[in-house]
Design a protein around this ligand. Sequence first.
Ligand SMILES: Nc1ncnc2c1ncn2[C@@H]1O[C@H](COP(=O)(O)OP(=O)(O)O)[C@@H](O)[C@H]1O
Ligand SMILES: [Mg+2]
Length: 409
Amino acid sequence: MIVDANYKKENIPVRFLGNPLIEALPEIMEPIALLKLLALKPKHDLAASKRSPAHVRIYDVPCLKELYVPPPVAMEFCVSVDQMLLNSYGGRHPFSRDTQEWLHSPVELMRIQGAFSDTLQGMIFVIGGSGMGKTRLVRVCLSRYPQCIRHTSYNGREFNQMQVVSISVEVPSTGSFKTLMHRLFGALDDALGQPGKPDSYVVEHEDSSVDTMLLKFADAAKNHFLGLIHIDDLQRSLEVHSGKAIVKFIIQLASVLKCPVIFSATEEVTAMFEDIKKFESARRAIKEGSFYMHQAASADDPFFSRLFVEAMKWQWTDEPIAPSEPLKKLLFNMCVGITALFVFLHTQAQTRALMIGATALKLEHYVHVYRHGLRPLRRVLHAIRNGQSQQPKEIEEFLKAVSDPQPGG
Ligand SMILES: Nc1ncnc2c1ncn2[C@@H]1O[C@H](COP(=O)(O)OP(=O)(O)O)[C@@H](O)[C@H]1O
Ligand SMILES: [Mg+2]
């Protein structure tokens, strides 16, 4: 989404006043208002939907995916991201002489690929198992900002600038630098509202070499004052030979762009940084600035309980199932506390009930989905229940196979 800059002088730290890149961002919110903003309900008229026939209603059930119950780390995470973004833009005042020199100095390939410097503007890790809500947390947090802001003038002074606040890309599972560069360009094109157009970056660089793409991306990102890069599924880099080189490349690129980075990954990545001296700041960021998405240990977990209560408000059958404690325990046992599996069970059970013409949602519908829909995971879910397995790859693969594109927020 591209919005026209609307400069605000309220609710931003005074030291950032006069910086249009910061004044154009949404105002900083009070904690209670922030929490309210993060808690998302499906934009859907349930009562109206329930007046339609069951076979039509089935297609409304996926609206449940828009529900967002902020996990315990959400507030602190958003505040950290805000701080990182403000500090990074604070150090890139568009009218300062330093920034102008930086903008006009050529990005040297050497500085990106050569002498490694991991002095980043900021780095945050979101760590947690597959399906625990890492991607969603980052997307909901970033959706508070417009992705791109159009500036034309500031305080009577001409200021033509498209400011890209954030982009998000997944690490390619092949470990290909070229794919990574195409994804970065694609994300920039999306933010600038130019995907697929003849002058889009992706089209322009379809056949460019990795080195050329790197230089062009660095220039483009610099010129658009890219605020933040989110790198999702960093654990994929562990599976490929070029994994460490990819991570080094991303950190180096972000450092040249003066752009902070959010990495989301499963816990295995933490080991990757341990034995490499060069990743000092990443190691520090993991130790000091990590946000863990903990898997609930029991049905009494406060987050799981809230998720259960909120999700139960969204039922499309004529007669809803009552949100009782035994039901919560049973569902917890089925999904072993994995958020994505809980959402899967609740949506699929309703789809099943509506499909077979049941007027009431019943336990048997959940059991059916558990037995059939979750069959590929039976062995690993059993192992997790017995404390024998933490991060089975099967869960990541299962979720990838059943997932739709993520709602942003
Ligand atoms: N806090 C939450 N509230 C409601 N649904 C959630 C929440 N976190 C995750 N989900 C749902 O769970 C699924 C998996 O989330 P995702 O962010 O993709 O997990 P991860 O990136 O950790 O593998 C998605 O369908 C998402 O919408
Ligand atoms: Mg994810």
